[in-house]
Design a protein around this ligand. Structure first.
Ligand code: GLC
Length: 539
């Protein structure tokens, strides 16, 4: 029997995190042997407790059991240097400590989204305290009245970032939050609340400590975030109006529409499932839960059916009739085949597929977004077949999507006239740079998680190997430029914390795949996906 049920592996609570497990590649290969031999219903992983104190730099991150990769120690040091303290307590990590860069801008702040890989690294290393402090501090900030210009923002909005101001004379620390009112371009963050809930679940899963999520404050915080996302509007789709530039891609890239776009949409699903597992069934919680369940069904159907693109689907669109009217219309969005860009025909392999960037009347945004597709796998928004197809696509379009530095945030880049119109001539988003086809090492952890979930760790291994040839030598850049991601990004910060933490999380997950349980969600039990073993599962 070839089926491999990850859920039994992932459902294990990780209670004893003080004694971190040292799950090295030997153990991983044991797992693969178990799988490739077949005959196993699921794979039991045996842990060898390392007996390490949670505060040490782990020695388990290794090329093999005995030899730690030299980069790991450097990465831990750099990550620890980025820790921000509030009244003596660690509360987050600064976005980048690039002393060479002239302009600090807001890189000296703790960004909610940037802290996620840091938090996961600390959790995996048995250091939950900083994560708990972060969750509580940001929850407190959610309670502030927020204004951008003269507009009042919704109650549940979480800040994009915050900063701790130390007054050495008065010996006081004060928190300053940014909800978009001082951000470049005044973009409010849509994704901060999502990440907050995802992190709360990761913390709960990792520590087994339910008490934090159960506090009335956390329950209220979750409900407020969800109220923002579940609000009903004028649109007919299970979506949320989400402006361009409100997510990790916080610049104009034509990602707005009436839909949740890549992160909003895909992680919306993720977030709602996370919340579902943590909300209490009291009167207020129940109402929220009912709305989530309804939304989840509609959202999954919508995305799985209309956002999915593979060879067959492309061929169908290519042959679409247009101007159809009535319920029987096949071409529901009236997509005109001539609007399919040429690159898609070359890019689409016969095996493989992905969720496109967006769909709206007469317009499909065919671009590939790495974050959205990885999150779709982790949240089980993608069916098991779709998850496999996404991995097939990454493998067969390796040069385009990974090149020399994992991982391209979007593919392809928008060039010349289109670039002018779409980005407003943004000099950061020139072709194959920054959000416009740049390569972001932080995405390595998401790729690794998706690889493990789909039973294809060898893809992650290959990507990590590539990152290891450059990241430390180049001082952990924020992003790389070029069609192959060969050049350090033109305005990339060095010592970008999420590049550092993303690498560490990827390493730790590959060493101990059970960490995946913190961030991966399984499909409803009734529709539990059975993950097919990849024929190439070896590292
Ligand atoms: C840039 C990125 C954003 C990130 C921030 C801090 O603005 O676009 O995603 O959170 O830098 O690193």
């Amino acid at each position: 029997m070839d089926d491999f049920d990850l859920s039994r592996l992932l459902d294990k609570p990780r209670l004893n995190i003080e004694r971190q497990r040292s799950f090295d590649e030997r153990s991983l290969s044991e797992l693969s042997i178990g799988l490739t031999r077949g005959g196993l219903d699921y794979c039991e992983i045996t842990y060898s407790p390392g007996g390490r104190s949670g505060l040490d730099t782990p020695v388990s991150s290794a090329r093999n059991s005995f030899e730690p990769h030299p980069m790991v120690a450097d990465a831990w040091e750099a990550l620890r240097r980025s820790i921000v303290y509030f009244r003596g307590q660690p509360v987050g990590t600064i976005a980048a400590i690039d002393h060479a860069s002239e302009e600090v801008l807001n890189y000296d702040q703790v960004f909610v989204r940037d802290f996620v890989p840091s938090a996961l690294a600390f959790l995996m290393n048995g250091e939950p305290e900083i994560v708990k402090n972060f969750l509580l501090k940001t929850l407190h900030l959610q309670g502030w009245e927020k204004r951008i210009d003269r507009f009042k923002l919704g109650e549940g909005v979480m800040p994009a970032s915050f900063k701790v101001l130390h007054d050495p004379v008065r010996k006081t620390d004060t928190l300053m939050a940014d909800f978009g009112e001082s951000a470049i371009g005044r973009v409010a963050p849509v994704d901060s609340g999502f990440w907050w809930i995802i992190l709360l679940r990761a913390y709960t899963k990792s520590t087994g400590d339910l008490s934090l999520a159960e506090t009335p404050e956390c329950q209220k915080g979750m409900r407020l975030i969800l109220t923002l996302c579940l609000s009903e509007g004028f649109d007919t789709f299970p979506t949320l109006l989400c402006a361009d530039g409100c997510s990790m891609i916080d610049r104009r890239m034509s990602l707005y529409s009436m839909l949740y776009t890549y992160i909003a949409c895909y992680s919306g699903q993720y977030l709602e499932k996370c919340a579902l597992s943590m909300l209490k069934h009291d009167t207020e919680g129940k109402e929220c839960i009912e709305r989530i369940v309804k939304r989840l069904h509609a959202l999954s159907y919508h995305i799985r059916s209309y956002f999915w693109l593979d060879f067959q689907q492309l061929n169908d669109i290519y042959r679409y009739k247009t101007e159809e009217y009535s319920h029987t219309a096949v071409n529901k969005f009236n997509v005109i085949p001539d609007s399919i860009p040429d690159w898609v025909f070359d890019f689409m392999p016969t095996r493989g597929g992905y969720f496109i960037g967006n769909i709206s009347p007469a317009r499909m945004d065919f671009r590939w977004f790495a974050l959205g597709n990885c999150v779709a796998i982790l949240s089980s928004l993608a069916t098991p077949e779709q998850s496999m197809a996404i991995m097939d696509l990454i493998e067969s379009r390796w040069e385009e999507l990974v090149g020399e530095m994992p991982l391209k945030i979007a593919y392809p880049a928008i060039e010349s006239h289109d670039w002018r119109i779409v980005t407003g001539c943004d000099p950061k988003n020139t072709r194959w740079s920054y959000h416009n086809g740049g390569s972001w090492p932080v995405l390595l952890w998401l790729l690794t998680a998706a690889c493990i979930k789909t039973g294809r760790p060898q893809i992650a291994r290959r990507a990590i190997d590539l990152a290891e040839t450059r990241l430390l030598k180049d001082s952990w850049p924020e992003y790389y430029d070029g069609k192959l991601g060969k050049f350090i990004g033109k305005q990339a910060r060095k010592y970008q914390t999420w590049s550092i933490a993303g690498y560490l999380v990827a390493k730790m997950m590959l060493e101990d795949p059970s960490h995946l349980g913190m961030i991966s969600l399984e499909e409803d039990k009734q529709m539990k996906p059975v993950i097919k073993r990849s024929s190439s599962w070896t590292c």
